[in-house]
Design a protein around this ligand. Structure first.
Ligand SMILES: Nc1nc2c(c(=O)[nH]1)N[C@H]1C(S)=C(S)[C@@H](COP(=O)(O)OP(=O)(O)OC[C@H]3O[C@@H](n4cnc5c(=O)[nH]c(N)nc54)[C@H](O)[C@@H]3O)O[C@H]1N2
Ligand SMILES: Nc1nc2c(c(=O)[nH]1)N[C@H]1C(S)=C(S)[C@@H](COP(=O)(O)OP(=O)(O)OC[C@H]3O[C@@H](n4cnc5c(=O)[nH]c(N)nc54)[C@H](O)[C@@H]3O)O[C@H]1N2
Ligand code: SF4
Ligand SMILES: [Mo]
Length: 701
């Protein structure tokens, strides 16, 4: 019996990008462990990926190509050969491309974060084809744009320094569920005397374990940051030297925040004046004492109309108090821009040049509307074909009824590359079986640490599954694309993934990385201790010319949500409850929902509701309820709990629709309206009404 240990990397859309050690016995992966040597991983994995073999060897893995025989959405398929699948797809795409290649749309996100199985061969294929470009906005683009206006790039505090912080603001994140290794370090800091404060409308698993929880109304974070700045200025809790040397626009900022009194702020955020003042004072004092005051800003605060501005405002705070000086201070939202990825080498945008004008952009966050648009001079051709990989739009995209209606179009040709028969795969004409991380090669960057990561293939592909890259190589060959780049193997792609002419990744060597598993970028521990921001001025920009040029307020401002009782009283009268649907701990977006042991832990779709809101509707703990607004409805079992503040309901996500009693999930009620920056979705900017389901309906469910 032969046993080997293979070095791999977790592929999931999680900031931690753990280093994995896969035990392989006689060609079978028997265990996946965290690498104890990799500093961010420290030998620990989350429950989901500790069960990775359960997902990989799942009885429902797609193991050969399929052709739909039932109605779209019904999920009836028959087995076909790879030759037939590839020929069918090449024929259909070829015919559409002859009319207009922009009628073809790739649809992908971060099912794997791998640079090879992500947009390398796939990007080359769609660029060469001249297909529409997908605007990949579904997760991080609002905050990404907002943060960049202030700081210049998505670079921030090194999370390995968190242990030494004295104050940690966990702002719009639930790291116990979604950023475990940061939470472990925050716990170490707590043992060293740090205070931890959660800023979150919901008493999440994390908020519950913090010293303080500030339960503001969803979508009001930009106001809270303005109110904090008001207090810092009014009480002179400022690092005058840092402001003078490393910031731009302090005088204008001072004028702007003058109007943001603690009273006004508290009123908008639905919290107390003392909470606003206390937060600002504690933050200012810790930073000015020269101790680590760090902000971990996450995605919860971005998924609302003013999400970009919220991230931009919060990112101003560390410069005001000089928190960047301390390696454990500053702010971290994402480390993504730390990595000098060579995206031109990976996805070859130059191949699109033969088509003349750049292809149109189609926003993935409004895919429902996009699929239902007729041809028009403004839009261009109707979308005739969609190729989905690394994503599950029918479950994850907003305003799901429209998404499903779009994918149900009889005249739409849909191909889905997947591990499992997801809600989206049910609408495919052709389903292609893809390999998992244990079966293919990849290289990774991260968004919560600064290590380049290698993934070696641990086992042979199961059944007839193929890596995404191989599938696009076959399609390219079938469509007669003769460029050499379509013959490149995965190792060659990985070898060119990071730039060696950049100081941070100059020592990148793929063969070495494969052996070692991971390699830290050359990054200082405190990136902006001496300024050097990546903005046009090189300073932290309280005032931003770029924002002005983009038609935005150049100073920190507050944009109320589209849907809140305060901002839209008319809608609020009909739908008085704000609803958020953040990640469930045992799922990763919609991945893992079909892994029995993990689904059993989550139970069934729930709605957390405040006791007073429940009582007002005659709802008792454990009742089935219908959650609805003008866009749609879903059912869930109510948990009556004050974890949800008054006026807020919480449905942890993202359930596969087919596992819910009514075949629906939280995205039935979310909207396709976009954020102020980055064209991102507003998943947490939603008003609903909730009603108890009558005995019969509930029993049937
Ligand atoms: N287990 C698990 N881990 C995941 C994921 C998953 O699905 N499951 N998803 C991954 C992905 S794709 C991402 S993008 C990240 C997300 O990472 P995070 O942003 O940390 O996501 P959450 O853990 O849900 O934390 C969001 C928190 O924001 C709160 N929130 C909602 N609206 C607001 C608001 O308006 N203001 C404030 N201040 N808070 C608000 C929610 O109640 C929730 O507790 O996690 C990644 N990791
Ligand atoms: N209501 C609500 N909706 C949300 C969110 C929310 O908080 N609330 N969060 C949003 C966020 S932050 C995000 S990032 C999106 C996430 O949305 P998606 O990126 O679509 O993420 P998943 O739902 O995990 O779907 C990824 C799919 O890719 C497949 N996959 C994984 N690896 C591979 C591979 O190597 N090859 C192929 N072909 N397939 C692979 C998996 O099996 C899985 O079905 O959802 C968004 N939707
Ligand atoms: S999902 Fe996140 S915490 Fe879990 S193994 Fe992957 S990177 Fe680590
Ligand atoms: Mo995300």
């Amino acid at each position: 019996m032969s046993t080997t240990i293979v070095r791999a990397a977790c592929p999931h859309d999680c900031p931690d990008t753990c280093a994995l050690l896969v035990t392989v016995k006689d060609g079978v992966a028997t265990e996946v462990r965290g690498d104890p040597e990799h500093p961010p991983t420290s030998g620990v994995l989350c429950t989901k990926v500790a069960r990775y073999t359960e997902r990989t060897y799942h009885k429902d893995r797609l193991l050969h190509p399929l052709r739909r025989v039932g109605k779209k959405g019904e999920g009836k398929f028959e087995r076909i050969s790879w030759d037939e699948a590839i020929a069918t797809i090449a024929d259909r795409l070829g015919a559409i491309a002859l009319r207009d290649p922009q009628a073809i749309l790739p649809y992908s996100y971060a099912g794997t974060m791998g640079l090879v199985q992500g947009e390398s061969m796939a990007g080359r294929f769609f660029n060469r084809l001249g297909a529409s470009q997908l605007e990949r906005t579904i997760c991080a683009s609002a905050g990404g744009v907002g943060y960049r206006y202030t700081v210049g790039a998505r670079i921030g505090t090194d999370l390995e320094q968190v242990n030494n912080a004295k104050l940690i603001l966990i702002w719009g994140g639930n790291p116990i569920a979604s950023n475990l290794h940061f939470w472990t370090r925050a716990q170490a800091a707590k043992r060293n005397g740090a205070r931890i404060i959660a800023i979150d409308p919901y008493r999440s698993l994390t908020a519950e374990k913090c010293h303080q929880h500030i339960a503001l109304l969803p979508g009001t974070d930009a106001a809270l940051a303005l109110g904090m700045m008001h207090v810092l200025v009014a009480e002179n809790l400022l690092d005058g030297d840092y402001i003078a040397r490393h910031t731009l626009g302090f005088e204008q900022l001072k004028e702007r925040v003058a109007e943001w009194t603690p009273h006004r702020t508290a009123d908008i955020c639905g919290i107390s004046v003392e909470e606003v003042q206390g937060l600002a004072r504690e933050y200012g004092r810790v930073a000015l004492a020269g101790e680590g005051a760090m902000i971990r800003a996450n995605y919860g605060l971005q998924r609302v109309r003013g999400g970009g501005m919220a991230a931009r405002n919060i990112a101003c705070l560390p410069a005001l108090v000089g928190a960047w000086r301390h390696p454990s201070g500053g702010i971290q939202m994402s480390t993504s821009d730390s990595f000098p990825r060579d995206s031109a080498a990976l996805s070859r945008p130059d191949l699109a040049a033969r088509h003349g004008a750049p292809a149109r952009m189609v926003n993935m966050s409004t895919i429902g509307d996009e699929l239902l648009k007729p041809a028009s001079p403004a839009f261009g051709p109707k979308i005739d074909a969609v190729v989905v990989y690394n994503s599950n739009p029918v479950a994850v995209a907003p305003e799901s009824a429209k998404v499903a209606e779009g994918f149900a179009r009889e005249d739409l040709f849909t191909v889905v590359l997947e591990h499992f028969q997801t809600d989206t795969a049910d609408y495919a004409d052709i389903v292609l079986p893809a390999t998992t991380q244990l079966e293919h090669v990849d290289v990774h960057s991260a968004y919560g640490h600064v290590y380049m990561m290698a993934n070696n293939a641990a086992i042979a592909p199961l059944g007839e599954a193929k890596p995404n890259t191989e599938i696009f190589r076959l399609l390219a060959a079938a469509m007669g694309f003769g460029e050499d780049c379509f013959k490149e193997c995965d190792d060659a792609i990985a070898a060119a993934a990071f730039r060696r002419d950049h100081p941070r990744s100059a020592d990148y060597d793929w063969d070495e990385l494969k052996e070692k598993g991971w390699q830290r970028l050359s990054m200082p521990a405190a990136p902006f201790a001496e300024g050097g921001f990546a903005t046009p001025s090189g300073k932290c920009e309280f005032y931003s010319e770029q924002m002005k040029a983009a038609g935005l307020d150049p100073l920190p401002a507050y944009t109320p949500p589209y849907e809140s009782v305060a901002s839209n009283p008319q809608l609020g009268a009909k739908y008085p409850l704000a609803m958020i649907s953040p990640p469930a701990r045992n799922f990763l977006n919609s991945s893992f929902v079909n892994v029995q042991s993990l689904r059993d832990t989550e139970g069934e779709p729930h709605l957390d509701m405040h006791p007073d809101d429940a009582a007002a509707r005659g709802i008792a703990d454990g009742d089935m309820a219908r959650i609805f607004n003008d866009r749609g409805s879903m059912q869930a079992r109510v948990r009556v709990t004050d974890k949800a503040r008054l006026g807020l309901v919480v449905g942890l996500s993202i359930w596969w629709k087919k596992f819910a009693a009514d075949g629906k999930n939280a995205n039935e009620v979310t909207s396709q309206r976009l954020t102020d920056m980055g064209n991102a979705p507003t998943f947490y900017d939603v008003l609903v009404q909730v009603e108890r389901m009558a005995g019969d309906a509930a029993a049937a469910a």
